[in-house]
Design a protein around this ligand. Structure first.
Ligand SMILES: [Zn+2]
Length: 259
């Protein structure tokens, strides 16, 4: 009888408290809800299934009973609101440079923005939602990121294990907004000694590199520096990311059907 009680105990994946202490788990979004609202068009979105190798229309959000109320609040207030403010709202007063190929913003809390993006990667890594089955990294890495998220970046030198950069997907021709979701790609960096994880979140690609080797000038230039006030974002055409082409085709088809 005691054994079955232990087996049925459930823990928050972020603070690791038992639900007996922290209350029932929330149905947490793997990808923040505000990003879902950004990408949905008439209640539907286009995503790329790495498992099936095709672009597909979807309707339901990727959610899981993962976090307690307190942790859900931490992620929402501390990280998601900031991520939304910096990347998904018009921030003309923070814009220092804008050219054809990149933009630079000033007055950024780089550590907070980085950990906000890492909190999404962490959810992708620890979720049981099938769309993320291919995103797997060692438990030690996941726990390091968990501590960074839980302690707001203060107790874990996350920059020692991962590097983060943001790429803006250039506005598309054909009247299609860059509004995609992609449950991610795990690929070897060209150096063959590191792994890149790519997430597509609306009109941005976020790329994580682990271990954080300084492999090329582009990573040096565009990755987030924890103590910096600057955010450098490269702007790339969707055609430079093969899978996004399939998404565009699928999106155009769905728009054609809708008339
Ligand atoms: Zn918790």
């Amino acid at each position: 009888m005691i054994l079955s009680n232990v087996e049925s105990e459930i823990f928050c994946k972020l603070c690791l408290r038992s639900t007996k202490l922290c209350g029932a788990l929330q149905r947490s979004h793997i990808i923040p809800r505000f990003i879902w609202m950004t990408v949905k068009d008439k209640g539907r979105y286009v995503s790329y299934s790495t498992v099936r190798g095709s672009a597909e229309l979807g309707q339901s959000d990727w959610r899981e009973e993962m976090l307690c109320f307190d942790c859900e609040q931490l992620i929402s207030i501390k990280y998601e609101s900031y991520l939304k403010e910096i990347l998904y709202k018009n921030q003309k007063e923070k814009l220092l440079v804008k050219s054809e190929g990149c933009f630079v913003m000033g007055g950024i809390e780089s550590n907070r923005l980085s950990v906000a993006l890492l909190s999404i990667l962490w959810r992708c890594l620890v979720t049981g939602v099938v769309e993320f089955d291919h995103i797997k990294l060692p438990d030690s890495f996941c726990d390091f990121i968990r501590v960074a998220v839980f302690t707001e970046g203060s107790a874990a030198a996350w920059q020692d294990v991962v590097r983060v950069r943001v790429v803006k997907i250039r506005d598309l021709s054909q009247g299609v907004r860059a509004s995609f979701l992609w449950s991610g790609l795990l690929r070897r960096n060209d150096s063959k000694s590191a792994i890149e994880i790519v997430l597509v979140l609306g009109s941005y690609c976020v790329v994580f590199l682990t271990p954080p080797l300084i492999v090329d000038a582009e990573w040096m230039k565009y990755s987030l520096k924890p103590r910096s006030r600057l955010l450098r974002v490269k702007i790339e055409n969707y055609t430079e990311i093969v899978e996004l082409n399939d998404m565009v085709v699928e999106m155009l088809k769905s728009k054609a059907i809708d008339g």
